[in-house]
Design a protein around this ligand. Structure first.
Ligand SMILES: Nc1ncnc2c1ncn2[C@@H]1O[C@H](COP(=O)(O)OP(=O)(O)OP(=O)(O)O)[C@@H](O)[C@H]1O
Length: 247
């Protein structure tokens, strides 16, 4: 069974404006899917619907039983609380739910280790951390709840290319270990292709999926793939579908 299933789904913010329309889309459990498309085509809206931060105006969005529990969202802005240490930021989702237990401290430490932060970094305040480290804290805060579905909205867009590439590889290593069903929004086609098993290309007005492309590269994927001619060719195909979107 699919982890996430869309049927005749529509989203309107007012009766006359159809913002998103998805007739049929199935995302199998554990799949890594990227969404690319022009600004305003509804990528974030689609993610917000899956996150249950917003409701469809029509149709159905179904999550399979084993996926309906934890969903975690990572935004472009790390949005950390400035007066809390990294570790205290990571513990926030657990704290909002219930009284913290000793096991929670293990979960917090594990999430911090998982994203490659050192114990001493976890005691620092956000202003003392680099942009990349803040994004790692944001990711750890998402992972501490042990999500089955990970929703990422341009998480690395504000980082320089070198760091972004490095975080792409580390994210893939984590995904291969944890097998979250992952929806990843990006404006960067090479990033979408490098990361995912499947790229969904969207058009605007109304926001809809116009191409569903299977990425033909094996994992693990490492830096040299980015300069492989087949990689460039596939990115070109995705760009072609995007250009069609703009036409
Ligand atoms: N709460 C809201 N109320 C009214 N309109 C909204 C709301 N949220 C989004 N929209 C509209 O829905 C459309 C899709 O927005 P969305 O943020 O999903 O696009 P996007 O593809 O993620 O864009 P970007 O790439 O610029 O982040 C846009 O036209 C936007 O103005």
């Amino acid at each position: 069974m699919s982890a996430i299933e869309f049927r005749q789904l529509e989203k309107r913010f007012s009766p006359e404006s159809l913002v998103l329309s998805v007739d049929a889309l199935e995302i199998p459990s554990g799949q890594f899917v990227s969404l690319v498309g022009p600004s305003g085509c509804g990528k974030s809206t689609l993610l917000r619907l899956v996150a249950n931060l917003d409701q469809p105006s029509g149709g159905q969005l179904t999550l399979s039983d084993d996926q309906a529990g934890e969903r975690a969202f990572v935004f472009q802005d790390a949005s950390l609380i400035p007066w809390r240490t990294a570790s205290e930021n990571v513990q926030l989702p657990l704290e909002l739910r219930r009284q913290l237990t000793r096991d929670d401290q293990h979960a917090i430490d594990a999430a911090i280790r998982m994203v490659g932060l050192q114990a001493e970094d976890s005691r620092k305040f956000p202003r003392m951390l680099s942009g990349g480290m803040r994004m790692r804290v944001s990711l750890a805060r998402a992972l501490v709840t042990q999500p089955r579905i990970l929703l990422m909205d341009e998480p690395f867009a504000a980082l320089d290319d070198l760091l972004r590439n490095q975080l792409n590889e580390q994210l893939l290593d984590l995904w291969r270990e944890q097998k979250w069903t992952t929806l990843f929004v990006t404006h960067n086609v090479a990033e979408a292709v490098f990361l995912s098993q499947r790229v969904l290309v969207m058009h605007a007005q109304p926001g809809r999926i116009v191409a569903d492309m299977t990425v033909p590269f094996d994992y693990p994927r490492r830096g040299p793939l980015r300069s492989d001619p087949d990689f460039a060719r596939f990115c070109g195909e995705v760009m072609g579908k995007l250009a069609g979107a703009a036409a």
